[in-house]
Design a protein around this ligand. Structure first.
Ligand code: ATP
Length: 266
């Protein structure tokens, strides 16, 4: 059964069509990758799903719930969470505080209640701390809970972003280039974390990623965008040998060479 259904999604910026008439479905419990050369429209696609941009055309449904027109915080409440291509942490806040920010959407406390430190607010805060610490344990960062986020290694900062994204208990997690800048050890830890989240937290995962080794290893389904259009989709083995994909990444001459040698894209 599909958790996400996208139909005819289009976004224009002035004369540029960044995403053009894209259809896509994501199976519940799957790991799906959206790939494509630089500027293909991948982040714009994520930005429409999370309500950062309103599509010019098209529909997006999470289960049967239409998302177009909803604000990002309402979409988050529906069960979609994300991380960003450029890490967006509060550098001078502690690691634990950064995760607690993720709970904000689900807290009931009002500004006045917080100001007056009312008992129910203090209780909510204590719960957020406890739950935040638990999430840090989950992503392997508990020992750094009191460090400033900026002191973490790059790979650890990316895992912290994931912990914060998990704070809203998403059904669907969108990861925008989660392995960017990671060394092989960090990428391996990320891979394990992605599998664990899917198995243990019942989260469906869609990732944008340039690391083709990771994409081919981890994805069950791959959607390829080029110049805003979907040019291919399928299993890793199908994508690896797809003529349009090889051409988009490497140019026409690569297709000819590839066919000559019977080799694949990576
Ligand atoms: N806010 C914006 N205003 C104008 N043009 C934009 C905006 N956001 C994206 N674009 C353009 O839309 C196209 C798609 O950009 P997008 O960032 O979605 O691509 P991408 O596939 O994520 O690229 P990359 O892999 O380099 O991150 C690009 O040509 C980009 O310059």
């Amino acid at each position: 059964m599909n958790i996400l259904t996208v139909k005819g999604l289009t976004k224009r910026f002035g004369g540029l069509t960044a995403v053009k008439d894209v259809d896509m479905t994501v199976k519940r419990g799957s790991i799906t990758a959206v790939i494509g050369p630089n500027g293909a429209g991948k982040t714009t696609f994520f930005n429409m799903i999370t309500g950062v941009y309103k599509p010019d055309e098209g529909e997006i449904s999470l289960d049967t719930h239409g998302l177009v027109g909803l604000k990002p915080h309402d979409i988050s409440k529906c069960g979609i969470s994300r991380t960003f291509q450029n890490i967006r942490l509060f550098n001078e806040m502690t690691v634990l505080e950064n995760v607690m920010v993720g709970f904000h959407n689900h807290l009931k406390s009002t500004f006045l209640g917080t100001l007056l430190a009312l008992p129910h607010v203090r209780k909510e805060e204590a719960n957020a701390k406890k739950e935040g610490y638990r999430l840090l344990e989950y992503v392997g960062l508990a020992e750094f809970f009191n460090e400033e986020a900026q002191n973490l290694s790059y790979g650890a900062q990316r895992r912290l972003e994931i912990a914060r994204a998990l704070a809203t208990k998403p059904k669907l997690l969108l990861l925008d280039e989660p392995a960017a800048g990671m060394n092989p050890k960090e990428t391996k830890e990320l891979t394990d974390l992605i599998y664990r989240m899917r198995e243990e937290l019942d989260v469906t995962i869609v990732l944008i990623e340039h690391d083709m080794k990771l994409v081919m290893q981890i994805s069950e389904h791959i959607v390829v965008l080029d110049h805003g259009e979907k040019i291919a989709e399928g299993k890793p083995v199908e994508i690896r040998n797809n003529r349009n994909v090889i051409e988009a990444y490497l140019g026409k001459s690569a297709v000819v060479a590839n066919e000559g040698r019977g080799q694949n894209v990576n």
